[in-house]
Design a binder for this molecule. Sequence first.
Ligand SMILES: Cc1cc2nc3c(=O)[nH]c(=O)nc-3n(C[C@H](O)[C@H](O)[C@H](O)COP(=O)(O)OP(=O)(O)OC[C@H]3O[C@@H](n4cnc5c(N)ncnc54)[C@H](O)[C@@H]3O)c2cc1C
Ligand code: SF4
Length: 538
Amino acid sequence: MVSNKLGEEIMTNVAKFDLDDNDVVVIIGSGAGGGTVANELAQKGVRSVVLEAGKRFTLEDIKNSEWEMFMKLSWLDKRISAGGWHHSKNHANLPAWICKGVGGSSIHWAGVSLRFKPHEFKMKSTNGEIPGANVADWPITYDELAPYYDKAEDKMGVTGTKATGMPDLPENSHTKLHRIAAERTGMTFSNAPMAINSVERDGRPACQQIGFCMQGCKIGAKWSTMYTEVPKAEATGLCEIRPNSMVLKIEHDDDGRATGVYYVDENGVKKLQKARIVCVAGNSIESPRLLLNSASKKFPDGLANSSGQVGRNYMGHVTGGVYGVFPKPVNMHRGTSVPSIITSEQLNKPDRGFVAGYTLEVLTLGLGFLSAFLKPGSSGWGREVSEALENYKNMAGVWICGEDLAVASNRITLHPTEKDQHGLPVPVITKTDHNNDLVMRNHAYAQMAKLYKSVGAVKLHNLPAYPNSHNMGTNRMSEKPSDGVVNKWGQSHDVPNLFISDGSQFVSSAAVNPTLTIVALAIRQAEHIAKLVKTNVL
Ligand SMILES: Cc1cc2nc3c(=O)[nH]c(=O)nc-3n(C[C@H](O)[C@H](O)[C@H](O)COP(=O)(O)OP(=O)(O)OC[C@H]3O[C@@H](n4cnc5c(N)ncnc54)[C@H](O)[C@@H]3O)c2cc1C
Ligand code: SF4
C-alpha cells in the first residue's frame, strides 16, 4: 500500500474476493462494530468481505456545517416511529440518528469514550425484577471485558486513560463554567475521556479545537473506522470493502447454518456473496430488521429468533438537554463538542425514586441544531427560540445520558405494507418511556437547574431528546437461548456461524455512551472468531 493522506490511501494490494468464495467472513456494516471486527480479523489472518450500504467518503467530503453533513451522512431511508415517546410525534420518520457510509456513525460521533460500571452489567441482580421492564444480567462481567476496554482505548486513542497515556484535551470556557458550577454544588466533574488525539498519534494529527466534531472531523484527529480500521484492514490484503452494497437477506442451508447473503450492488444488481461466517453490524435498527427480513420456511419468525427476542428491548438513553443563558459570553462553540462530564448521578441509588443512573455531558450544539431541537414540533420559532438564539454566545449546555431500561414491547418490527427502495418492509420503531425514565429525566432537569443557578444562569431551556444517536439492545446477549438472541461472544444461539457485532447485542444501556463497549466487544469477538476459524470449529 502507498499511503499519503488519511482515508486517501492508494491501495496496491486490495483484496478482491469471488462471489462464490465460501471461505470468507461476510461483515455487514463498516461502522464502529463492523469496521473493528474487519480490521481485527485481518490482523489475525482471517479474510473478509465488508458489505456497506453507504458510499465511501474522504476527508474532502467533510464540511464544517451541521445540516450539510447531517444530510450527507445520515441514514435517511424511511423509518416509522410509533409508541408513546415524543419521537413518534416530533420525529415521526427519523426516530434515530444513524449514518450510512464507510465508517458508519463513527464518522458523525462526538468521541466520548466511557466504560460501563461493573453494576451496569448486572441490572437484574442489582435491582431484581422491575415491573414493566425486561431487564437481565449480561452473560459477561466487567472484569471479563476490562482487558478489552484497555485494547479499545488504545486502538481508539482515548485521552486521559492508562492505555494511551495521552493527556486530556485543553480546557475551554464551556468546561470552565461547568467546573466552577460543579465545585459550588459538590458534583463530581472531570474532563471527558475522548477518542480524539490530544497529541499526534497513530499517524493522525492532534485536535485543533475547531469544533464541528459531530460533522466528521476534517483533519482526522477523532477516531473513526472510516480512516483507521477500514484502511488498516484493507492494507493487509485480506479485506475487501464493497461500498454502496445494501444487504437484503441472509441465506442458510438445511442444517440452519448461514451460507451467504443477498445484496444489491452499486449498480443496483442483486448478487449472492457466499460466506463461511456472517457478522451483522448494521446498528440496532437495521440489524434486527435484516434478521426479520431473513425469515424462511425453517425460521418463519426470522433468522436467529427462536427466543422471539429479535427486535425487542430497544434502548436509547434517557435523554434531553438543558441549555442555560448566562450574563456573560461562554462561546461554547469553541473547542471539542463534548469537553467534560458530570458523573455524580451515575450510581444506582434507588432512594432517588428511580433505579440505575445518568451522566451529564457538556455538549455544544451549533446554531443550526439548537434551533431545530429547542422546540421540535412547534410551528415556527416563536419568541422563546429566537431569544435563545440571539443569546447564543452566552449559552452553555449539557446532554443527559441516562440508563434506558430494556422493555420487551419497545421494539423493531416490519411494516406490513410500506416498502423501501429495495422492496424491503420499512422498519417500525415502537417505544414508550418506562416510568423510571420519566422520573430520572425530571431528576436530571432539577440537578441541572441547581448547577446552572449556582453560576448565575438567567434563563434555562429544557430540550426534549433529539433523534436517538445511541441505539442498543435489539439482539441481546443471554446465558440461556430462551432469553436472548446471542451468547456471550455475540454468536447466535440458533445459527452457529452467525454473529452480531454491534450495539444490538447489549443487554443494558448503562449511563454512558455505547461505542467504547461496542469496540471492546468487537475486539473480543474477533479474537474468538479467529480461534474458531483456525481450529476449523467454524
Ligand atoms: C451525532 C452522533 C454523536 C455520537 N456521539 C457518540 C459519542 O460521543 N460516544 C459514543 O459512544 N457514541 C456516540 N454516538 C453513537 C455511535 O456513533 C454509535 O454507537 C456507533 O457508531 C455504533 O456502531 P455500529 O457499528 O453499531 O453502527 P454504525 O456505526 O452506525 O454502523 C452501521 C453501518 O452499517 C451499515 N448498514 C446498515 N444496514 C446495512 C445493510 N443491510 N447492508 C449493508 N450495510 C448496512 C450502515 O450504512 C452503517 O454504515 C454518536 C452518534 C451520532 C449519530
Ligand atoms: S475539535 Fe478536534 S476532534 Fe473536533 S472536529 Fe475539530 S479537530 Fe476534529
